[in-house]
Design a protein around this ligand. Structure first.
Ligand code: 8Y7
Length: 266
């Protein structure tokens, strides 16, 4: 799963698809074509930055950013398009514009989001986040981070099933970096095997995140090797218990190469 930020302010690649304040459609087409050529199966489009402390945008701004780009891409490319959103309006419009998956960092907790997701009939990725992007990194606390996260995802999953989303259309994600200290993130990383034993595909987003920066003391522009290494280790952990994994990454080519080497030698 390749990250495509349609935002002027994302922490890892903010604004690279913008010329002045306008989205550069030729650039988007070019970037996505390359992602697919390099081996991405899923393109995850997001219009709202969820970096720690990010200012929220209006639903209209999010629609204006995401929907035209999604329409353009889904007509042009035969890939799976995922929409990274928590807004019910965006879910419904994204479905009409050709989305195949809803990726919600708030696990469909925003008012109307669960109903909207049900209405689209699309598969959903439920991610764990403690509090919201504005406050999540202010002293996050857990009793036992692995079981707290698994219990949260289990409750959200049951809500989805009760509301009419089939269990086999639900993906789970521990939400690395979303309301977690380094210790929490590392515990969750070890706990990926337990999460995978829930028998849902696991989405893992570690790419360029600050936990990698903390482990190897590098800024965001120097986290490629760390990101690829962690993605590979996460995939191996999940595979070791027979689970399936989707790696959400910025660096498609490099991650794919690492996975290919593993597959060829496995
Ligand atoms: C994740 C995510 C982000 C993640 C899923 C970033 C939208 C921050 N992280 N979605 N989104 N999982 N499912 O660093 O870890 O890309 S935004």
């Amino acid at each position: 799963m390749a990250v495509l930020n349609i935002t002027p302010d994302s922490f890892s690649d903010g604004g690279q698809l913008f010329t002045q304040k306008e989205i550069d459609k030729d650039k988007v087409l070019h970037v996505v074509e390359a992602m697919i050529a390099q081996g991405a199966n899923i393109i995850d489009l997001g219009g709202e930055s969820t970096r720690p402390g990010a200012t929220p945008i209006t639903v209209q701004q999010e629609l204006d950013r995401v929907i035209p780009v999604l329409e353009l891409l889904s007509k042009r490319f035969d890939a799976i398009f995922s929409v990274d959103t928590s807004s019910p309006e965006v879910m419904l419009e994204a479905d009409r514009a050709g989305a195949h998956l809803i990726n919600d960092v708030r696990a469909l907790r925003r008012e109307g989001a669960l109903d909207a997701a049900v209405e689209t009939g699309l598969p959903v990725c439920l991610m764990h986040m403690q509090n919201d992007p504005k406050s999540m990194q202010h002293n996050p606390q857990y009793q036992d981070v692995v079981s707290d996260v698994i219990n949260f995802l289990d409750r959200r999953k049951l809500q989805c099933i009760v509301s009419g989303i089939p269990g086999d259309q639900i993906l789970l994600d521990p939400g690395f970096g979303f309301g977690k200290t380094l210790e929490h993130n590392l515990a969750l990383f070890s706990g990926l095997t337990q999460l995978a034993e829930q028998n849902h595909p696991i989405v893992v987003g570690l790419s360029r995140k600050s936990m990698i920066g903390q482990l190897i003391n590098t800024e965001v522009n120097d986290r490629l090797i760390g990101s690829v290494t962690m993605a590979l280790l996460a995939a191996q952990k999940i595979f070791s218990v027979g689970g399936s994994v989707i790696l959400r990454v910025h660096d498609v080519k490099e991650t794919k190469q690492a996975i290919q080497i593993w597959q060829a030698t496995h």
